[in-house]
Design a protein around this ligand. Sequence first.
Ligand code: AP5
Length: 212
Amino acid sequence: MNLILMGPPGAGKGTQGEILSKRLGIDTISTGVMLRTAIKNQTEVGKLAEQYINDGKLVPDEIMVTIVKERLSQPDCANGFILDGFPRTTAQAEALTASGVKIDKALSLEVDDDMIIERLSSRRECSKCGAPYNIIFNKPKTEGKCDKCGGDLIQRADDNPDTIKNRLNVYHEQTEPIKDYYAKLGLLVTAKGEEELADTTKNVAKALGLEE
Ligand code: AP5
């Protein structure tokens, strides 16, 4: 399956992406993780992206389209992929369509703004592999350590109240309209993402037509 995961910051895209990746045996491609890795390694893309991310703004479309096209051209994507965090603007969605990459479904995880602040301020992520955790809702087995790779858990630089508000505004202004874009193509499905993790996972499976 070639799948797009959409939704506001903190909706659970990374969390559901991990679950679906294991279930379907295909990789998740998270543009947020790619950019944070680039920042950590201080690559050219990383240096360009850092200020945008810390301000809660979108990284310019040209950069994003280039790095995603390059990633999708790699052989492992031939078996399917889960795109988490891309496309995020109409221009990115149009560029993806124009590149000829076939999309089977675009899943929008629906969560109200009020819940986002609570989730994001208690979020932690692995400093090595980027796996998402939450010190209230989705605790690691060992405090401060990633279940998958043993890496240290850290708080993201953009998970502070001011930046979260900016990210939400950007989502409503620039990303939410692409739901219509995929609805018109007949590819949009939605799932409620406000329920606890197990129920949200069921909602996602149902929306994608996966067997229980
Ligand atoms: P990105 O990393 O994609 O961030 P985001 O979209 O803001 O989404 P998040 O990663 O914050 O949240 P999520 O939906 O993955 O939720 P999670 O599963 O962690 O992008 C970061 C920045 O990079 C952007 O702001 C932008 O600057 C730039 N960027 C990236 N892509 C770009 C693009 N295409 N174009 C331009 N710029 C781009 O869950 C959140 C928390 O809630 C976790 O702690 C989790 O454990 C918990 N949780 C999850 N599900 C549940 C549940 N059901 N119940 C309770 N808790 C839950």
